[in-house]
Design a protein around this ligand. Structure first.
Ligand SMILES: [Mg+2]
Length: 320
């Protein structure tokens, strides 16, 4: 594989990896951790059929649509893309996201809507913006300043808490370094510096690999999601094992799965994603359109996003 092919393979791995982690975690969401000796390793049915991705990937696809229409990111357009998804009746939606989108759908500007919700619950720092942020890393893979700015901006539309905003910049900075072949531990350390993390969040992330699986609460708090995802990336040696270990922590399994899937997809590339998982992956986008999404469409989307910021050669044709 040439260097260019390796790079494209990693860029595609981000999109497919995130959706795979989401779908593998879907049946484990809100459950207890699986027994360490018997983790779930295959796509299982849950609230949705086996292999179905959830709101994490749907919101990422809304972000991708907005980036394809407007670059750099237009937060007003992004808010409307999210509202269109909300109106279509998603199977699940995070609390903070629902409160903000409800206000925007009544006609409030996004800035006023998100400020009102955050004023009611100023401590709210959920993982709803880090789970969907990866399309920015693909659209701006050659423009790191814009990558950081739009990663933060996409969070501010629904999740303005400083740790959500910085956490989104962290995830996409890590993806940026990983797709270039930076070693995993070094990529995480660099991303901590790039993203201007709070001292507390930085400490959680840097200490993550020292945890045992019993130490990881894996709740919907952005700190817990980033802790689990970094733990999975740095304590395993394959895409499969990283995602398996994280989703089997239970609780917010699909969201932690989406984040570690994006990171591990960047580290190991599309070809490292087990074929059986890719074959089972599916969803509908836009919601209520009847349009079925499978892994091949996510590969095509990754290529379209990558072309937004492309100054190099076109990706070679590779089958997903
Ligand atoms: Mg979900």
């Amino acid at each position: 594989m040439s260097l260019d092919e390796a790079l494209w393979n990693r860029l595609r791995g981000v999109a497919v990896g995130a959706a795979i982690g989401d779908a593998l975690g879907m049946p484990l969401e809100f459950g207890p951790a699986s027994p360490a000796a018997r983790p779930v390793r295959t796509m299982q049915p849950g609230r949705l059929p086996a292999g179905a991705f959830t709101d994490d990937t749907e919101m990422a696809l809304a972000l991708a649509d907005s980036l394809l229409a407007h670059t750099p990111l237009d937060p007003t357009d992004l808010a409307q893309c999210f509202v269109a998804w909300y109106h279509a009746g998603p199977a699940d939606i995070g609390r903070q996201t629902r409160l903000v989108l409800k206000r925007i759908s009544r006609g409030e500007p996004w800035e006023a809507a998100v400020a009102a919700v955050q004023t009611e619950t100023p401590w709210s720092a959920g993982n709803g913006s880090v789970m969907r942020c990866w399309p920015v890393a693909l659209a701006h893979w050659q423009d790191f300043d814009r990558l950081l700015a739009d990663s933060r901006l996409q969070s501010q539309v629904t999740h303005p808490h400083p740790e959500c905003v910085a956490g989104s910049a962290f995830v996409n900075a890590a993806i940026h370094h990983l797709i270039r072949g930076t070693a995993r531990r070094e990529a995480i350390a660099q991303a901590c510096d790039d993203a201007d993390l709070s001292a507390a969040l930085r400490q959680v992330i840097m200490a993550a690999p020292a945890n045992g699986r019993g130490d990881l609460p894996n709740t919907g708090w952005v700190r817990h999601t980033l802790e689990s995802a970094v733990w999975g990336l740095l304590t395993t040696d394959s895409f499969e094992e990283a995602v398996v270990q994280v989703v089997n922590l239970g609780d917010d399994a699909d969201t932690a799965g989406a984040v570690v899937g994006a990171l591990a997809g960047a580290a190991y590339g599309l070809h490292a994603v087990p074929a059986a998982w890719r074959a089972a992956l599916h969803g509908e986008w836009p919601l209520q359109s009847g349009e079925r999404w499978e892994a091949a469409k996510l590969v095509a989307l990754a290529d379209r996003l990558t072309r937004i910021g492309r100054r190099g050669s076109a990706p070679s044709e590779m089958t997903p």
